[in-house]
Design a protein around this ligand. Structure first.
Ligand SMILES: O=C(O)C1=N[C@H](C(=O)O)C[C@H](O)C1
Length: 294
């Protein structure tokens, strides 16, 4: 069996969900984008935050997964799962059982602010139910609850809990997870990619890697080979674009950039707004920058 760092390593792209002018999911654009990215990434995430999963109903989420699987038959896929209704999550796992998947990306229950003991129970219940390994999505600024190191250490004993998408914004916790748990640690904030790899993390789930995915992969490869100066050069070249993509709430920026390149329409589904004209212009200028593509 592949080691967990091997499976959860490298650059994963959390796919946007493109929408057509009538508001429906644009499956043609989604398939084209997945097919384009697949050869350059370690894996694709479907129905993550960037995929606006909150705005898709259950049927749409499964249809999005099916389109991506059809477009990228040999690519590793992770499916985003989350919400405060545990019964609904069990139903979703049951509906996913007929699909070919590699992992679930599971957020803590948002809004209800459970205790650490309740979070441990939540993850262990889902780990028992899931036929796929689980990546814990620690993103306190979205969910309203942060997993403690002790909670991570407890759930990491479950053989199905294998990695963390680390958006905690706490380098001490990142280092503790890397050095004192068996979990593979993936940077969940695009700007933390290089720092997380330097600490010993295994990769990233990064929305901005929709653009220049080879350059993101080059950061990872350089760090794997111990070529720090090369990793810095690639990452520093990417940094202005990464920063600008998050000037407005994700995924507005990345959708605008992909629209500028003709992959998708920039629209987001309510309650999210598409990028403003100002951000679209700044991104279009940056994407025309030849050194970035180098
Ligand atoms: O969808 C994701 O996964 C990501 N979401 C982050 C966010 O919360 O906006 C950003 C990151 O690039 C990946």
């Amino acid at each position: 069996m592949e080691s967990q760092t091997g499976l959860f390593s490298g650059i994963w792209v959390p796919l946007v969900t493109p929408f057509a002018a009538d508001g429906a999911v644009d499956h043609d654009a989604l398939r084209r984008l997945a097919q384009h990215l697949a050869p350059h990434v370690a894996g694709l995430v479907v129905c993550g935050s960037t995929g606006e999963a909150h705005a898709l109903d259950d049927g749409e989420q499964l249809a999005v997964l099916d389109s991506v699987r059809a477009a990228a038959p040999d690519t590793r896929l992770m499916f985003g799962l989350g919400g405060p209704h545990l019964g609904h999550l069990h139903d979703t796992i049951a509906a996913l059982r007929t699909r070919r998947l590699d992992a679930l990306l599971v957020t803590p229950p948002y809004y209800v602010r459970p205790s650490q003991a309740a979070l441990i129970d939540y993850y262990l219940a889902l780990a028992d139910a899931s036929p796929w390994p689980i990546v814990v999505y620690n993103i306190p600024y979205r969910t309203g609850v942060a997993l403690s190191f002790e909670a991570f250490a407890a759930i990491a004993r479950h053989p199905n809990i294998r990695a963390v998408k680390d958006c905690g914004g706490d380098p001490t916790l990142t280092l503790e997870l890397i050095t004192h748990t068996p979990l593979a640690v993936l940077a969940g904030e695009d700007g933390h990619l290089l720092a997380t790899l330097a600490l010993g993390g295994s990769g990233a789930i990064a929305a901005s890697a929709h653009l220049h995915p080879q350059r993101f992969a080059a950061v990872h490869a350089a760090m794997q080979d111990g070529r720090l100066a090369d990793a810095q050069r690639h990452f520093h070249a990417l940094w202005p674009l990464i920063r600008t993509l998050f000037d407005e709430p994700n995924p507005a920026g990345i959708k605008a950039a992909l629209a500028a390149q003709g992959w998708i329409d920039a629209r987001c589904r309510a309650p999210m707004h598409a990028a403003t004209d100002g951000l679209r212009q700044r991104l279009a200028t940056m994407l025309a920058d030849p050194p970035l593509a180098a």
